[in-house]
Design a protein around this ligand. Structure first.
Ligand code: SF4
Ligand code: SF4
Length: 450
């Protein structure tokens, strides 16, 4: 059976990923980290430490203030030297905890030591479903691949779950952190996947890879083969946005998630491959979510994947990668299709921000100005839209500020993948305006609920 989803594009030829997936992950332990109390767009936490406090690696330093928040822990041992604030993209002040290391050697030892679940399959019979979910919550586990939603909330579902889909598609150009994790941390990932199966009482897990990661497939296959584990690996044709939840369900299970519903409605839970590794670290390694792998790539001297504590400053990562090589740089957090712009022009020393739980990449591109022209009604945007929308119609409604019409045209089903903008010959900023319209629709709905 063919594994396809509706729409989609081939935005790159693979050379973008070759920049960073040929060298091992570099482990780096900074002397200072700046930990944001906003680790994902939908979450806010509050600092529970103050300047002068001593913290050890793994100590709880932030607790959720909102539904989408998850515990935040210190990524290095040291002293809190400041608790300051910084405006987020909505100009709301977010607390930042600054920690200075005073035990750099201990910190390095902690991140370098290999643990038993990284070398073999672990017996999980001592762990109950409730134990695993409680550890997800206490360890601050969130999705590492997308919106950063707390994982324990997903797993508290009362709905019967048949399949866990492990999203290892990494379909966004340039990003290779998941690919490298699979090559180097296969056992931890497989143990994490088994924990997910247990936490959901699911029938089995399916690890979903694209056919451009053959070496990762070989690494994982050698671990699970002939062991009778409830894990299958499925290879999908390389196509963007394969990693969208609905697209993955369609491509792998040939099922459809009803509009406005979550995959759990049809008995499916989806987690990123990095989240599986993080779950193993929490449950089997007794280490909360305090570090992640991030791809630093594009127009930098040495593109590479780094394993770093949450809170590592972006400017330091660019420095480690040898600085910008673009004449005028455009720095993006994430990938080129769905990432957000951090800086245009300027030097890397002026780049603000630090690694958060959902930081998959730091991408530097040459900034090329783009001028929009009128729509020529070619229909390309409609053809590639994986959500089955008519982007040009929603765009016209958005430009007219007709939010009700945007809603009628199902703008809320947009997954902000950027395929429409990518193919548009008139270079129209469709994805940007439709995503903005989506936010306006939700605002209108909340206002009318009040
Ligand atoms: S309308 Fe949304 S879902 Fe459709 S292609 Fe554009 S960004 Fe993607
Ligand atoms: S791809 Fe661009 S030019 Fe073509 S219909 Fe869509 S908005 Fe218009």
């Amino acid at each position: 059976m063919k594994h396809y989803f509706h729409g989609g594009i081939h935005p790159a030829d693979g050379t973008d990923k070759l920049l960073s997936n040929q060298k091992p992950i570099y482990i780096y332990m900074p002397k200072i980290i700046e930990v944001s109390m906003k680790q994902s767009p939908g979450s806010v936490c509050e600092a529970i430490v103050k300047a002068g406090d001593k913290v050890s690696r793994g100590d709880l330093i932030g607790v959720p203030k909102s539904f989408g928040g998850a515990n935040i822990h210190a990524g290095i041992s040291g002293t809190v030297i400041d608790v300051t604030t910084h405006p987020d993209s909505f100009d709301k002040d977010v607390e930042i905890i600054v920690i200075k290391s005073d035990e750099i050697n201990d910190n390095n030892n902690a991140i370098n030591s290999l643990r038993n679940y990284e070398e073999g399959i672990v017996d999980l019979s001592d762990y109950s479903r409730d134990d695993i979910i409680a550890k997800m919550r206490d360890g601050g586990l969130t999705g590492l691949g997308g919106a950063g939603f707390p994982t324990h909330i997903k797993y508290e579902t009362k709905k019967p779950i048949e399949y866990i889909l492990i999203n290892a598609a990494e379909c966004e150009p340039y990003l290779t952190c998941d690919h490298m994790l699979m090559k180097e941390h296969g056992y931890a990932i497989v143990n994490g996947v088994l924990l997910f199966v247990k936490a959901a009482s699911a029938k089995k897990a399916i690890i979903c890879l694209e056919d451009n990661k053959e070496d990762a497939f070989t690494a994982l296959e050698s671990i699970i083969s002939d062991k009778g584990l409830p894990i299958e690996i499925k290879i999908l044709p390389t196509r963007y946005p394969q990693g969208g939840e609905r697209q993955l369900v369609e491509a792998v299970l040939h099922m459809e998630v009803p509009a406005g519903q979550l995959p759990a409605k049809i008995g499916v839970l989806i987690n990123n491959i990095g989240t599986a590794k993080a779950l193993a670290d929490i449950v089997l390694g007794d280490e909360p979510l305090i570090s992640r792998v991030i791809t630093v790539t594009g127009n930098v001297k040495v593109p590479l994947n780094y394993l770093v504590p949450i809170g590592t400053r972006y400017s330091e990562l660019i420095e480690l990668s040898g600085g910008y090589t673009a004449t005028k740089s455009r720095v993006i957090s994430g990938g080129p299709m769905t990432g957000s712009i951090l800086q245009i022009g300027g030097s890397h020393g002026d780049l603000s921000g630090s690694v958060i739980k959902i930081s998959s990449g730091l991408l530097v591109l040459e900034d090329t100005p783009k001028e929009e022209s009128p729509c020529i009604r070619c229909g390309e945007c409609e053809r590639v839209c994986p959500a089955g929308l008519a982007p040009f119609k929603i765009d016209f409604a958005a430009i007219d500020d007709d939010i009700k019409l945007c809603d009628k045209l199902y703008a809320t089903e947009c997954i902000s993948c950027g395929c429409c903008s990518y193919v548009c010959p008139a270079k129209r900023e469709l994805a940007y305006r439709i995503t903005e319209a989506k936010t306006e629709i939700y605002k209108l709905r909340w206002e009318s609920d009040d």
